[in-house]
Design a protein around this ligand. Structure first.
Ligand code: UDP
Length: 166
């Protein structure tokens, strides 16, 4: 089996949450890929002689993954946001990326249990999962369940579905 990739944005908001909330801290530590999503993180790195050069927004990483998925026949699953938003986001992604395989989507206010959500995602055989439940809900959900999901790539994407839905 491929090694799982857990991707996360590091912004000042999530870093402050991690100081107070053990689960969020654990999520950040377990992440396999962390990118500086906020000019504050870039500035602190410069002040402390770190090597972060520029901001990498979570939505840019998500769109790069979408382009990769379209090109390499990998499928995606969207979990989160209101029913209207996630549906529109899927429609827009399919319009912009005609070859993209959307394995499925579930809104973030569903009455389905986590067990059902996990079964739906696994049944869809999606390769890449984007979770948009807001912070810290999405980080806690991913931390709790990513090991039970058969997918390879996971990303917490905050308000990205809202942006994509236009
Ligand atoms: N969201 C959700 N379920 C919830 C809470 C939030 O699906 O229980 C969605 C919300 O509709 C939005 C996204 O999570 O699409 C990001 O929410 P918000 O902007 O509040 O979070 P932040 O970007 O500040 O982390």
């Amino acid at each position: 089996m491929n090694k799982k990739m857990l991707l996360t944005s590091l912004n000042p908001q999530i870093l402050l949450m991690a100081l107070k909330d053990e689960q969020v801290g654990k999520y950040l530590h377990q992440s396999t890929h962390r990118f500086p999503d906020g000019i504050g993180v870039v500035k602190v790195s410069k002040w402390t002689n770190g090597n972060i050069q520029e901001r990498v927004a979570g939505i840019e990483v998500m769109m790069e993954l979408i382009r990769f998925a379209e090109k390499n026949s990998k499928s995606i699953f969207l979990y989160g946001a209101s029913p209207n938003v996630v549906e529109k986001a899927v429609l827009n992604l399919k319009r912009q990326h005609p070859e993209l395989k959307v394995a499925g989507y579930i809104d973030g206010y569903t009455t389905k249990s986590d067990k059902e959500i996990i079964r739906n995602i696994n049944d869809s055989q999606a390769d890449i999962i984007f979770v948009a439940l807001g912070s810290p809900k999405q980080e806690k959900w991913l931390l709790k369940y990513y090991s039970q999901l058969d997918s390879t790539v996971f990303q917490n994407v905050g308000g990205s579905f809202d942006v994509i839905s236009g």
